[in-house]
Design a binder for this molecule. Structure first.
Ligand code: LRH
Ligand code: MN
Length: 381
């Protein structure tokens, strides 16, 4: 039963995780990094090849801009993957210094909205059903702009995008506490994202980026609440010790990831309607193995969450037996699920150890020798 549940897991990897990334201090280039979206998809296909549960890849526009998006989707299929969510980018253009869809100047707002609509056009060509909207919009100083007016501008833009969505399409609104803005952020928390989505309708849902909360935030509570409301569209999985560190999911806090996956399963969210996306930056570690390890971390947290003895837990909860209830939870978390997952991989015709299998495949040596010259991909357009 658990193996069947794990076999149908679907994790989406981000194209930008295969490119160079870093911090304001330094972006360290690595050998073999892709130079274009075609090579990014080829690398993402390796993650699916060795894990069996990462069949889709999120794109970011314009980082993954091409002339022929339908052609790119065909290339993805040839590689054995599909193009997933389309991510808009209204955070890197000079015009967006004071905001994009919330900018005081209607000309800038119009430009930003045009980009969001262009992303829906791209979805039509790639066959994607999900648009992910993250706005860096905010202010740095009190008085810099009118908080209320910016919400009106945001609502106006979201309504226009909502209008443009096709019947089988949706957008996921992403919130983030701060950065790059350091006083107000126009979509700072789940409540703001939820309120805007609620007003718009069923095609608007919230995405939970696990690195976007104030320290100490109980993220699984937010997950449980949004699921109850039918407004949890998905996740941007990563982990952090301090801020939006974008480290490998489960690396900094595997227990938190377990608690999140438990609420997903308990809340009926372990379905293909929930987008389980990774949003990470492998600043110093090799990219493809970093993604494989991340997918395995989600698999392990999911397996442990599926192992929770729900009857024993419910009985203890009903009886107010705090320690027994907590024990039911911890027993599952403290279970070593790696042998179970290794067995499942063998039953799926995969190597039980994806990391070792990838290392043995020689793929890295191939790309490190082939990908000479050209501009390595990164966070630049
Ligand atoms: C913002 C964010 C958002 C992306 C970007 C790559 O911090 O999480 O999801 O567009 O990272
Ligand atoms: Mn994100």
């Amino acid at each position: 039963m658990i193996k069947e549940e794990l076999r149908r897991q679907r994790i989406e990897t981000p194209s930008w995780a295969y490119g160079n990334s870093g911090t304001r201090f330094k972006v360290f280039a690595q050998k073999g990094v892709p130079r274009d979206p075609y090579e990014k998809l080829a690398d993402a296909a390796q993650v699916h090849r060795f894990t069996g549960v990462a069949p889709t890849v999120a794109l970011h526009i314009p980082w993954d801009k091409v002339d022929d998006y339908a052609g790119l989707a065909r290339h993805a299929a040839e590689q054995g993957v599909r193009i997933g969510a389309i991510n808009s980018n209204v955070f890197q253009d000079d015009d967006y210094m004071l905001g994009s869809v919330t900018h005081p100047d209607p000309v800038v707002r119009k430009k930003a909205l045009a980009h969001l609509i262009e992303c829906v056009d791209i979805m039509d060509q790639t066959g994607s059903d999900t648009l992910k909207l993250w706005f860096s919009d905010g202010t740095n100083y009190p008085g810099q702009d009118d908080i209320r007016a910016r919400q009106d501008r945001l609502a106006e833009a979201l309504a226009a995008v909502y209008e443009r969505l096709g019947d089988d399409q949706r957008f996921l609104l992403e919130y983030k506490l701060f950065e790059p803005a350091f006083y107000t952020t126009d979509v700072p928390d789940w409540g703001t994202a939820y309120a805007h989505c609620l007003k718009l309708g069923p095609k608007a849902q919230v995405v939970v980026d696990t690195g976007h909360h104030a320290p100490g935030t109980n993220i699984e509570f937010i997950v449980a609440f949004l699921l109850r409301e039918g407004k949890l569209g998905g996740f941007d999985f990563n982990s952090r010790f301090y801020a939006d560190d974008d480290l490998m999911v489960g690396a900094a806090d595997p227990f938190q990831l377990f608690r999140i996956m438990y609420e997903v399963i308990r809340g009926g969210g372990y379905t293909e309607d929930t987008a389980f996306m990774l949003d990470q930056c492998h600043n110093i570690e090799p990219k493809i193995p970093g993604q494989i390890r991340s997918v395995m971390n989600v698999q392990e947290a999911t397996a442990k969450a599926l192992l929770v003895d729900r009857e024993a837990l419910a009985a203890a909860q009903r009886a107010g037996d705090v320690l027994a209830a907590n024990a039911a939870f911890m027993d599952a978390y403290n279970t070593d699920v790696r042998p179970l997952l290794a067995e499942l991989r063998e039953e799926m015709g995969l190597d039980p150890d994806p990391m070792a299998a990838y290392a043995r495949s020689g793929y890295f040596d191939k790309i490190a020798t082939e990908r000479i010259g050209g501009a390595q991909a990164g966070w630049g357009a």
